[in-house]
Design a protein around this ligand. Structure first.
Ligand code: HEC
Length: 157
């Protein structure tokens, strides 16, 4: 009986230690619930992975691009993403405030590379316990989705 109790204790101890370890990732970047630092729209990240190296983002949002992007977003993304709450993946309503345009474009177009190389995305994979599948969106559509996402933070609720 005694040894049984001890081995249970050992198991609990191991679980506590290992979860603390993994927990190190689910801090700022992993949460994706707006506690993450925000970037200016035109700020480019230091390390750029993936096939998109630069995105031209105008000061004003292009309404026709945003409209086209909304349609694609609703077909290809809403199965896993909502705007304001966590779902299968993180909420994307304010993603343009916490991530750069290059990051967002690469997440859409070069999902595999981002999952493999980007620290932030690796943390998200641990938090959401799955890897986002590449949605086979072309570059024009991805850019339209980005424009749609830019409308979200300022949109009247
Ligand atoms: C099958 C589910 C699924 C679909 C469909 C999906 N995603 Fe994701 N997405 C995820 C998951 C899960 C994550 C978290 C990272 C990971 O685990 O790979 C994520 C992460 C992201 C991120 C990073 C968010 C952040 O806070 O850094 C962006 C941007 C994104 N997705 C955009 C899209 C867009 C745009 C589409 C549609 C073209 C889409 N996703 C379709 C599951 C999905």
């Amino acid at each position: 009986m005694k040894s049984f109790t001890y081995s249970r204790l050992a198991v609990v101890a191991i679980l506590v230690i290992s979860s603390a370890w993994i927990g190190g990732c689910s801090s700022k970047d992993g949460d994706a619930d707006d506690k993450t630092p925000s970037f200016a729209e035109d700020q480019q990240p230091k390390a750029v992975y993936g096939k998109i190296q630069k995105v031209d983002v105008g000061d004003a949002i292009d309404p026709s691009m945003a409209k086209a992007g909304k349609e694609i977003f609703e077909t290809k993304c809403t199965a896993c993403h909502k705007y304001d709450v966590r779902y299968v993946g993180p909420p994307l309503g304010k993603v343009t405030e916490r991530r750069t345009p290059v990051y967002i474009m690469n997440m859409i177009l070069d999902t595999e590379t981002m999952i493999e190389k980007d620290d932030t995305v690796q943390c998200l994979v641990q938090t959401f316990l799955m890897k986002m599948p590449n949605q086979s969106v072309d570059e024009k559509d991805a850019r339209n989705i980005l424009e749609h996402l830019r409308t979200k933070p300022t949109e009247a609720k």
